[in-house]
Design a protein around this ligand. Sequence first.
Ligand SMILES: C[S@@+](CC[C@H](N)C(=O)[O-])C[C@H]1O[C@@H](n2cnc3c(N)ncnc32)[C@H](O)[C@@H]1O
Length: 348
Amino acid sequence: MAGSDNLSDPSSPFIPGLDFETYLEWMRAVHPGVAARVSRQKYEIARAHGVYADGVGDIAFEDHAVGGRGEAYRTTQLANPLIRSRGIETLYQMAIAGQSVGADALLLDALGGNGTVARAISALHAGSDTPLVITADISAAMIKSAITLGLPTIRQSAAYPLFVDESMDAVIFAYGTHHIPVFQRELAMVAARHALKPGGRIVVQDFEIGTPTASWYHEVLDSYTETTHPYIHFTRDGMVNLLDRAGFVDIELHDVYDPCIARADSPGAAKIRVLSYLVDLFALKLPRGNDLDLASWADAEEVVAPYARFVDGPACLEAEEFGVGPVEGGYQAEYPRVALVATGVRPL
Ligand SMILES: C[S@@+](CC[C@H](N)C(=O)[O-])C[C@H]1O[C@@H](n2cnc3c(N)ncnc32)[C@H](O)[C@@H]1O
C-alpha cells in the first residue's frame, strides 16, 4: 500500500478511498502483529458512536480547502523531521522505562499525525531494536499521509481506539492532547488503560496553562491563523487527576524540556530554519522572510520570540530565550519550550 494508489473506494467511511477490510488486509501483509490486534467489533462500535461520520475530527488538521492547515503541518513536519526530537526522545524514554523493548513490543502514538514521533524514534535509534510505533490519528488526511510513508498506522479516535484490550506495551499522547475535547479526555485515558497490557505505561504530554509555551497557542495561533486555537491546555493537578480518575497508578508529573532545535552553517541560517519552521508548521499569517537574510524575518521573530522567553522557569530549561550559538561543524538555533508530562502505569 505504501506509495501505491490503492485508495479506490471514495465512499468508505473508514478512510475515504480505503475501506476497513482492505486496510486490514494491507496491515496483515506488512505488520501482521498489528493487524492481529485490531478489533472489527471495536470498529463497528466506534462507527456507531459516529467516529467515522463526515466532518468529525479536528478541522485544523484537515486540508486548506475545508478550512484546515493540515497540508502545511504535514509538509513542514516532513521537511524538519528531527527539529522536535529532543522532547520526543524524552517521551520515548519515559514510555519504555523498565520494559523490555524488543521489536515485538507495541507503542501506540495516540495523536500521531502523519508519524512525526514514529519517524523521529526510528531515526534516533536506527540500527537498534525499538518497539513498533503505531501512528494513530482521527484525521483521514494525516493517516493517508502516514500510509504513503509506509508507517504502521490506524485511523481511530483516541476515545474509541480499535485495538483489543491488553495489546499495547505503551501509549503516548503527545503534541495534541489539548485537541481532545475536555468531556472526552477521561474516556480517552480509560480506553488507553484498556489497550495497555497490565504494567504498561502511559505518557501524556501537553503544555501547562500560564506558561509561555501554552500562551503561544492561545495568543499567536488565535491571532495569526485562520483556524484559531479554541482548545484548553492543562493544569498540573488536572493532568494528574485525569490519570488518577482513569485508573492509572504510580503517576508522576514532569516538566520536560521540549525545544525546537535546528543547525546550519551560519548563525542566521540556523535561526531562519527555526523561524520558518514555526511560521510554516502553524501556517501563521506573518510575513515570511527569505532563506538568506535573517533581517527579512524580523517581523516574524518579534512575534514568536517572546513565547520562548522564560523568567524563573523550571529546572529542566537549558536555554531561557530564543538564541543561536556555535556547535561542532556549524551553528545551532534553539527555541526553548517546556512541556508538562504525566506518566502512569496500568495496574497489574
Ligand atoms: C498537533 S497534531 C500532532 C501530530 C504529531 N503527534 C506531531 O507531533 O507532529 C495533533 C493531532 O491530533 C489529532 N487528534 C486530535 N484529536 C484527536 C482525537 N480525539 N483522537 C485522535 N487523534 C486526534 C489531530 O488530527 C492531529 O493530527
